[in-house]
Ligand binder design. Structure first.
Ligand code: NAD
Length: 378
């Protein structure tokens, strides 16, 4: 069987779904690997690197012969036309709210796996693209904030005077937020953080940051069995806003990462809070692609408001460290694909009883098979 790794058709996508290491491993499983010319360019992986690992360098049309396609983004309608029916496609499918796209993949007859739906269980940890990419996004958010901030982050006591440490507030401490705390601490900032899940409290403390949250009964029950946050009530949101408003006014940098699976991002920073910050302060909205945590943040732009506060809304933040994020993303995909390879037949055989398959398979045999997206079928 053949595995095809295209150059991402979305020009804003810098990542690639394979690395020399994963190509070597795929070849080791007896699969032929074709990587499109230039696919790794933006991730600092050359065609020669891929060829050296055992891949053939190919062209977009090679997708037509592939049994497996490894991608970063969901295939476009044009790409789908070039795939053979029955092809197994692994990507970040972004299925929520995109029924038409899910239906199009069903119609194309592909077996589309949404990697972001991978369950958060021990067995699947190494296949978790949300974690591997969010970790780097959290790091990069601090780097972006530091680059936009006109002052130094660490306290510096020098003969010429003292530079105070920057105050950094992280809102939402899942994988991205925890890495943002760690990165800001390494840069010497004084860090505080908030979340609605009680489990976050101890994690924040263990990283040397201070935790701030409305810890009422709703807070105690805010974590779902899957480890995610629930959407909070209007009452809770009002209490949370009252608590954080005063705090935000005193911060130099605010980084927001709060998400709720399948829902728009919660609005945590109001225009009034933004207005309360001093000139030169920086807000990074990592949730901007999902509607944003910050009122006034603009997807794909860095804006400076009249009061001198900057709001950073970069798209595809993991893609800003593509040479690192591609390696981890590629490994996530490889690890999942390996569980589906029949070592004797040297072929991918989808086991529909496997809980990982059940959780991630969106379309198969011309149908939408995932219960959460049954609506897409009609
Ligand atoms: P996420 O990206 O869905 O959300 C980011 C953070 O925002 C979460 O911590 C969430 O609680 C928080 N949030 C949501 N609404 C909020 C609000 N109104 N105010 C403040 N914060 C809000 O989360 P994630 O990074 O995917 O992590 C979710 C959980 O999964 C964490 O507990 C994480 O440790 C856990 N996790 C487990 C595994 C595993 O066991 N294999 C792997 C990765 C993550």
């Amino acid at each position: 069987q053949t595995v095809f790794v295209p150059k991402e058709s979305d020009v804003t996508e810098t990542r690639v779904a394979a690395s020399p290491e994963t190509v070597k491993r795929l070849a080791g499983l007896g699969l032929a690997v074709v990587v499109e010319k230039g696919a790794g360019e933006a991730s600092r992986i050359t065609d020669a690197d891929f060829a050296g690992a055992g891949a053939t360098i190919g062209k977009p049309g090679d997708a037509a012969k592939a049994d497996v396609i490894l991608k970063v983004r969901r295939p476009s309608d044009v790409e789908l036309k070039g795939y053979k029916a029955g092809a197994v496609v692994l990507a970040a499918m972004d299925p929520y709210g995109n029924d038409a796209a899910v239906a199009a993949m069903a119609k194309a007859g592909i077996s589309a796996f949404a990697m972001e739906l991978m369950p958060r269980i021990t067995r699947a940890q190494s296949m978790d693209i949300l974690s591997s990419q969010a970790n780097l996004a959290g790091y990069q958010a601090v780097i972006d904030a530091a680059a936009e901030y006109d002052r130094a982050l660490p306290m510096m006591m020098t003969a010429a005077g003292t530079v105070p440490a920057a105050k950094v507030f992280i809102m939402g401490v899942g994988v991205a937020g925890l890495q943002a705390i760690a990165t800001a601490r390494r840069l010497g900032a004084v860090v505080t953080a908030t979340d609605v899940r009680p489990a976050a409290k101890e994690q924040v403390a263990s990283l040397g940051a201070k935790f701030l949250a409305v810890e009422d009964e709703e807070f105690k029950a805010a974590e779902t069995a899957g480890g995610y946050a629930k959407e909070m009530s209007k009452e809770y949101q009002a209490k949370q806003a009252a608590l954080t408003a005063e705090h935000i006014a005193k911060q130099d940098i605010v980084i927001t990462t709060a998400l709720i699976p399948g829902r728009p991002a919660p609005k945590l920073v109001s225009a009034a809070m933004v207005a309360s910050m001093k000139a030169g302060s920086v807000i990074v909205d990592l949730a901007v692609e999902r509607g944003g945590n910050v009122e006034g943040s603009v997807a794909g732009a860095v804006i400076t408001l009249e009061n001198g506060v900057k709001i950073v809304g970069h798209l595809n933040v993991p893609g800003r460290v593509a040479a690192s994020s591609s390696l981890l993303y590629a490994k996530n995909l490889y690890t999942f694909l390996e569980t589906m390879v029949d070592k004797e037949k040297k072929a991918v055989v989808v086991n529909h009883d496997d809980e990982l398959v059940k959780a991630t398979l969106l379309t198969h045999g011309g149908k939408v098979v995932h219960a959460n997206f049954a609506g897409a079928a009609t």
